[in-house]
Ligand binder design. Sequence first.
Ligand code: ADP
Length: 486
Amino acid sequence: MPLSGLNNPSLLQQQCFINGQWVDADNGETIPVSNPANREIIAHVPRMGSAETERAIAAANTAFPQWRDLTAVERSRVLNRWYELMMANQEDLARIMTLEQGKPLAESRGEIAYAAAFLQWFAEESRRAYGETIPGAKPGQHIVVITQPIGVTAAITPWNFPAAMITRKAGAALAAGCTMVVKPASETPLSALALAKLGAEAGLPPGTLNVLTGSATAIGGAITGSDIVRKVSFTGSTEVGSKLMAQSARHIQKISMELGGNAPFIVFDDANLDAAVEGAMASKFRNTGQTCVCVNRFLVQRDVHDAFIAKFKNAIDGLVVGDGMDEGVTQSALINQAAADKVNEHLQDALAKGATLVSGGDAHPLGAQFVQPALITDVTPEMQLCHEETFGPLAAVIPFDTEEEAIQIANDTPFGLAAYFYSDNVHRVWRVAEALESGMVGINEGIISNPAAPFGGVKASGLGREGSHEGMAEFMEQKYLCMGSI
Ligand code: ADP
């Protein structure tokens, strides 16, 4: 089993981490973890439910005052050590990630560095939990606003970024002085448990960070049913996010939601086409198309359409599909069969409704979970992929004539996470950037994620921001002190 080749075997944890202890499910049940590249079972983790979740919440509640009362510098030191430990174990963490998630090893290494960078960023940010003073309303009165950690928090995270979606939430929560219960996706629990191991080694006190694997509905239900948990941070589908929002209404829990997208990528006729192709490849095919900011719809102005398609096809044909552990592979197996089926369904639907196949579209010889990257054009709004996230390696091009038309098509979706466009005209850059209905806009850039910048969506793509100083503010309450003179 390739996991036996780790330099630091203690990173392979197959138990959950509650109150500083490695524990099994009460009933001993487990769930298997498999390698998407060959469907081999690589490990088993506990199938925990509500009783274990309640214990983890109680542990986080007990740990909260002690963690909150540390100085910002003390919390910062622990987060920095955690960052350093992640980087020292980058190779092992990357191997664990590729084996359970599938993504090419080079991308896993990149994600570990990106994930660790959130810990570093929030280690720095913890020292800047500033308040505010405001002129009083009458003589002698002073108005002061202080910020305080919200309390016990919870994170529910997806499988596409098994490490970064945890550090982005846990780094912010812990920096703010909160404690946390984390439920990672059942497809990728090993990365989460390895992070918990390193967090404890870095000096997180017992109960400060707890990681539970198992039943999503039972754990999610216990989290949202708790009057101790003050904040729930979720990344995943809009469907589940909407359910969790409804559930969290019961105790008026504060929520952050990073949900689905349907990102447009507009290529205007004044764009640098080589740069646009480079950005298109990065934003469409990273993680084999399985990111929430992946392009779902390319919009290309008609007079540069053929030139763009020729260059884009050339780049797509250079992608290498295979097992993420193999050198040189750039496109891996998708996370599961349903994910691969959805890409094929979107492709077949588009072709049946008149799209033109430019490249790909064949079954891949490595098996049904591998998808040959495809390029189609002449896409029209009634096709399924214009309304749903494809989440796979299918690039779909919609030709357009005018800027107004491009903006109208781009915004014609309930989602609003990321959008991208390429243009060399500064007037157009401002016009289009302001008109796009999305939380983030890449302008002549295909990769926009950065711990220092606010990540998040508008419309059905979510609520709140992660990363940046906003990310920590999501885990804090403001308290207004009105001080009269005596
Ligand atoms: P994806 O499409 O990325 O798999 P999901 O929304 O299905 O997104 O899953 C994201 C996270 O939410 C995972 O950790 C998953 O286990 C969890 N989850 C799924 N359904 C529920 C639910 N009903 N309540 C709480 N968490 C859930």
